[in-house]
Design a protein around this ligand. Sequence first.
Ligand SMILES: [Fe+2]
Length: 505
Amino acid sequence: MKVSVVRRYESKLGDSDFHPYRTGAWTPNTVEVDATDLDVIAGEIPRDLAGLYLRNTENPLFEAITGRYHPFDGDGMVHALRFQEGRAEYRNRFVKTAGLLAELEAGGALWAGILESPEASQRDGWGARTRMKDASSTDILVHRGEALTTFYQCGDAYRLDPYTLETRGTVHWSEQTQGNPGVRGVFPKGATVSAHPKVDEQTGELLFFNYSKEAPFMHFGVINAEGKLARYVPVPLPGPRLPHDMAFTENYAILNDFPMMWDPERLAKNQHRPVYRPELGSRFGIVRRDGTGSVRWFEASPTYVLHFSNAYEEGDEIILEGYHQGAPIPKRLEGETAIDAFRKSLDMRELQTRLHRWRFNLSTGQTKEAFLDDEVTEFPTIDNRLGGRKHRKVIAMTGEPGHFLFNGLVAYDVERGTKQSYRFPEGVFASESPIAPRTGARGEADGYVVTFVSDLGNDSSECQVFDAGEIARGPIARIRLPHRISSGTHATWVSEEDLAKHRAR
Ligand SMILES: [Fe+2]
């Protein structure tokens, strides 16, 4: 393996930092490196695996302003593993957000984190809550050959070269609204994008949403295959909500109104404390992707959903699949410390996340819903070529009790109702694990599952490749990374074939 250090960042977290999300698997990375000819320590890299595994992570460089850190405050850093002709190369770079650059210049934190009051921020900023730093650390996807990173509380979408990970700036869709008569709706300057935009690989469109404290509280938008804003329409909600994900089918986008919100009484005093109000029920808003017609709302059992796996149309029905939470805000027990309560809030077993299917009947307006599995899993990925179309295969992660860490993989066949599982060894934690179709793949999930793992026992990381059809066998290739990488949230796969289409432009 040949490694070159590109840049070392000075970390000012202090030696006395024992926060559970700044230590162990969450110890931040502060060095950017390039590495080629990575060592394959077991198995062999398949020659028909060609593309990039891209992983976004959270890496704080500075102490939180008032010392109340949350893992989602960390600055976005993307790690990329490129597979080509049986070889692998790696690089990692911070997303050079406006917030990170300003804090580097100031030499300290300028924006309050999630657990701190926005009033502690020294500057105006981003985020549905307002006055936050847009860390662009939550999600990553590839649209039109370019990687886009986004932030869960809404911010700019940052554009990155998928190979070099160089930050190219932010998207400027508001500027496209002028002089473009085909646009339905106006994307105002300063409007933001939530994490989890979706790419429809069959049409090349990018679908997105955002949310805020201002009426109508949510918007849905479409960027066309040419990269231009095509639609931006309101999805009016009864008040501010805290959505995280959306879904789409061939003709519709599916937004949501879950009873998860900032406590309205506290919000009136500019305090932001999430409350869950199950008595309000859940609603799903179905809107045509062409922007015509109004939002159709479907009622459903109360819950909160962090992630949907997919949605599709079947006859009169729209079928949506995702992770229903049994306890969106886990109960705080008597005598429990604040840090334990905080750990529980990120523990999928406490949230009781189970794969669920909703069926919305467009003729009758009725909703039917049912669990697909009893096991607690989350962070679903599908073969992205089937986004918005009927799928069978879902890869999901199992959670380590008491932590926001993934200790295993589950591969579902949701049509047959079967699954395969793989459990990582003790102390080894994986990343979100997308399906990587083999070059010239013939069917759904014909290929591999790719993930990064960190081994706390020897402070190291690997990339592991699984056969998508046989994950229970364990990894078929293990590739050593040049350093241990921090845990994070989302990852994606993009094939060399897809990137080549856009390079020719
Ligand atoms: Fe997410």
